[in-house]
Ligand binder design. Structure first.
Ligand SMILES: Nc1nc2c(ncn2[C@@H]2O[C@H](COP(=O)(O)OP(=O)(O)OP(=O)(O)O)[C@@H](O)[C@H]2O)c(=O)[nH]1
Ligand SMILES: [Mg+2]
Length: 248
């Protein structure tokens, strides 16, 4: 559980556990150190790691801000999936987006929870608009699933846990080499990488590599000539065919 101070991370943990395991107050900075709580849910074992919230940019000196972010990144190293909490009243800030970007870089599974959804005045379109705006801000990180929660009204809390579980499973999924080649080679033939300096790029073979995070190897000549946008195109094809929601 990561995110800024006072967004409801500890409240979420308590509600899942069904007891007041960690301290909740309206005062920012309530949680000081990461607190681990085991949880059994649908025959699976979880370890919930409640962390100290990120300090708000405007309120503290640079060095305090730096250490609060370092602390969050350190907790992240211990996690398989990070649940990034955003305060619905406040909306996503630049700081939120930067830390989400760093979490994605750290190759952790990611889910974004917009909490305190109860406190937002809304009609039937609000969630859609909210999600669309956030996805726009996320840009190429729009593979991160987004869910609207309210700890106070116990809305979608176990759904959030299910989503995190799904991201974990996706993270450990292996696509068969045969399927990868059968699906992707025709696509690559149809939309090939642009030739650079008269050199034609030929991708001959694709396989998923053994790694902690999903990684795919594309065997080809001139790999250094493949432009970033063609790599993104291939990534998008993999996501379209095999999901990998919430995985970097
Ligand atoms: N309206 C509303 N308030 C909430 C919700 N979840 C938590 N809160 C309130 O938000 C305040 C902060 O909750 P905490 O759970 O302590 O937040 P935190 O993210 O753990 O904060 P730090 O430990 O400071 O990082 C408390 O007053 C909660 O009652 C929610 O879904 N809706
Ligand atoms: Mg807390």
């Amino acid at each position: 559980m990561i995110g800024k101070e006072n967004v409801g991370k500890s409240s979420f943990v308590n509600t899942l556990l069904g007891k007041e395991r960690v301290i909740v107050t309206p005062i920012p900075g309530t949680t000081r150190d990461p607190i681990d709580s085991p949880l059994k849910y649908r025959q699976r074992d979880y370890l919930l790691i409640d962390t100290a919230g990120l300090k708000r940019r405007a309120k503290v000196q640079e060095n305090i801000l730096f250490y609060s972010q370092l602390r969050t990144m350190r907790s992240l190293q211990r996690a398989d999936v990070a649940l990034y909490f955003i305060d619905a009243i406040e909306g996503p800030t630049r700081q939120d987006l930067r830390v989400i970007g760093e979490a994605a870089q750290a190759k952790r599974g990611l889910v974004i929870a917009i909490n305190k959804w109860d406190a937002v005045e809304k009609d039937h379109k609000t969630a859609l608009t909210w999600e669309r705006d956030l996805r726009e801000k996320l840009g190429e990180m729009s593979w991160i699933p987004i869910i609207f929660t309210s700890v106070h009204q116990k809305q979608r809390l176990f759904k959030l846990l299910d989503l995190a579980t799904n991201v974990y499973d996706e993270y450990h999924k292996t696509v068969r080499t045969r399927d990868l080649n059968k699906v992707l080679l025709p696509i690559i033939k149809e939309t090939s990488a642009p030739a650079v300096g008269g050199k034609e790029i030929k991708i001959n073979y694709i396989t998923q590599l053994k790694s902690a995070a999903p990684v795919f190897g594309f065997f080809c000549n001139h790999p250094d000539l493949i432009p970033a946008n063609y790599r993104r195109f291939l990534e998008k094809q993999i996501r379209q065919h095999w999901g990998f929601e919430g995985c970097r």
